[in-house]
Write a protein that binds this ligand. Structure first.
Ligand SMILES: [Zn+2]
Length: 68
């Protein structure tokens, strides 16, 4: 479950909110009822790895199977 950061445009109240990615984003500040914006960023998120990554043919080194 990702955490989203919101910031209110009205009172500059910043808060975090747990919600699923399928949930609708918050749009109302819980403090003043103003409009909030979701701030994208931070540590959470998807990390895509492996695309365009090729292992060389040399099997000499004991790299083994790096499955992560
Ligand atoms: Zn507010």
């Amino acid at each position: 479950m990702p955490t989203y950061d919101y910031k209110c445009n009205q009172c500059s109240h910043v808060f975090e909110y747990f919600q699923a990615m399928t949930d609708e984003p918050l749009s109302v500040c819980p403090e003043c009822g103003g409009e909030v914006k979701r701030m994208i960023g931070g540590g959470s998120g998807l990390i895509f790895k492996g695309s365009g990554f090729y292992v060389t043919d040399s099997k000499k080194s004991t790299s083994g199977s790096s499955s992560k």
